[in-house]
Design a protein around this ligand. Structure first.
Ligand code: URA
Length: 475
């Protein structure tokens, strides 16, 4: 006997998950529809989220939830001739993570189409949209028609999620934030992958971070998240790979919205810090390889190196800024000169802190720096908090460097009168100095591709995905 939609009711679904049972595809379809149509009470959404958080979901349930969320709104459509070159990257978030800014134009310069849909910062991590909005005039609100036009002429755009894209994620994400249900593997997976699925991508690379300043504190938990994202993406028909990268110290030497745009411009000019360049080269190289514009990862990486060094990625960034509302004068000043503060408003104060002992820099922890910067206005505690784009930090030393006592190690840009003693003390905890030599390791520790272990968990609804997986030799 098959169950009809009208036989379902929310209290019994909450009870079912509370007691650890598995939802069927039709049950997931039922509650996602109610959420979309506003026909479920907020307390019921909260209870359902908590039950999912506590009892988890199988791969098949996660996949059904992701699919239902993905199709709860508009699905982006691209011209046929782009079918194998529409690519994107997703990062699980880090301090100083500005990789999207140089990566999108570098991929466009290599012939890809990059409709990058990004988010705003919340908590200790900054958001790509906030960074770009520090450039006067940059407009992240673009309709899907405008996105197609920009992709036709420039090849990349970086925009916010439109109202019509995955509306159910918008509702669930807000609820998760206030019900302490953010850190749930199926909920994170469905939230990220429903949005990527709605972008109708040919290839996606995920940068799953682990460490003291990441959602995943250990490499093993990052591997579990990466595997869940890869499996779900692959089943949705998106060619998906992931890297695991370390997130203890900030990426690059600059943190804070306008300072991070400046560091991204340096990277696009073939300069800038080595770790930022490594992430852009590797993530870009993987995507170029995945969409078969190169027949190996190494060759893909070489293409990214070339477009960063020959100015073509920089030209794409300049064109993207103009297409998204920045005046040609400002775009030209940022890309063709180093007079960055002719465009950005500088902070009122700059204050340096000094090392309190001599030795070798073992680690620069990102969390204390991010916390102080957020307090000074660089980030948000609540979604509607305003941002001060000028606030930021410049690291003046690097891991592995020998320092004497009293060496300036960080310059804080802020608009407060003075840093408080509490802020200075917290900042000093970011610095770990020892007497044994250390070398600055690579950021990326592992590249993950779809594996064959878990596909047997999938149920009969997923035949078409299985065929796709087989035809594309993904396992
Ligand atoms: N990013 C998302 O979009 N959703 C999550 O749940 C976590 C990170």
């Amino acid at each position: 006997m098959t169950t009809k939609m009208e036989d379902f009711n929310i209290p019994s679904l909450i009870q079912k998950k509370r007691d650890g049972a598995e939802f069927g595809k039709d049950e997931i379809q039922y509650f996602v529809q109610l959420i979309k149509n506003g026909e479920i009470q907020e307390c019921q959404i909260g209870a359902l989220l908590m039950a999912i958080y506590m009892k988890g979901m199988s791969l098949a349930e996660t996949l059904s939830l992701t699919g239902e969320m993905m199709t709860s709104g508009e699905m982006m459509q691209w011209p046929e001739e782009w079918c194998s070159s529409v690519v994107d990257k997703h990062s699980t978030g880090g301090v100083g993570d500005k990789v999207s800014l140089p990566l999108a134009p570098a991929l466009a310069a290599a012939g890809c189409k990059v409709p990058m849909i990004s988010g705003r910062g919340l908590g200790h991590t900054g958001g790509t949209l906030d960074k770009l909005e520090s450039v006067p005039g940059f407009n992240v609100d673009q309709t899907s028609e405008q996105m197609v036009d920009i992709l036709k002429t420039v090849g990349c755009c970086i925009v916010g999620q439109t109202e019509s894209l995955v509306p159910v994620d918008r509702i669930l994400y807000k609820m998760r934030d206030v019900t302490s249900t953010v850190e749930s593997l199926p909920l994170i997976t469905s939230s990220i992958m429903s949005k990527k699925g709605a972008e109708s991508l040919s290839a996606l690379v995920l940068d799953v971070k682990y460490g003291s300043a990441a959602i995943c504190k250990t490499r093993e938990s990052a591997r579990t998240l990466a595997r869940s994202l890869i499996q779900t993406g692959t089943c949705l028909g998106i060619h998906t790979r992931a890297v695991l990268s370390k997130m203890d110290s900030p990426i690059g030497q600059k943190i804070g919205n306008s300072l991070e745009v400046i560091e991204s411009l340096e990277c696009l000019k073939g300069r800038g810090p080595a770790d930022l360049r490594e992430l852009v080269e590797c993530l870009g190289g993987i995507l170029i390889w995945m969409c078969e514009k190169a027949d190996s990862f190494e060759k893909g990486r070489k293409i990214i190196q070339t477009v960063l060094d020959n100015g073509s990625a920089l030209q794409k960034f300049q064109d993207m800024m103009k297409a998204q509302g920045v005046t040609p004068e400002h775009a030209n000043t940022l890309c063709q000169t180093e007079n960055y503060f002719k465009v950005f408003k500088p902070s009122k104060c700059k204050e340096e802190l000094h090392t309190t002992q001599e030795g070798i820099v073992n680690e620069i922890y990102a969390m204390p720096i991010a916390e102080v910067l957020r307090e000074l206005g660089a980030g948000r505690t609540k979604t509607d908090d305003p941002i001060n784009y000028s606030v930021g930090a410049e690291l003046l030393i690097t891991v592995g460097e020998r320092v004497t006592k009293g060496t300036p190690w960080v310059r804080i840009h802020h608009d407060a009168q003075k840093l408080t003693e509490a802020q200075k003390s917290l900042l000093q905890t970011a610095l770990s100095i020892g007497d044994r030599p250390v070398s600055a390791d690579n950021r990326i520790s592992e590249i993950m591709i779809p594996d064959s272990i878990s596909w047997s968990e999938l149920n009969g609804d997923l035949d078409s995905n299985r065929n796709y997986i087989k035809q594309n030799n993904l396992v």
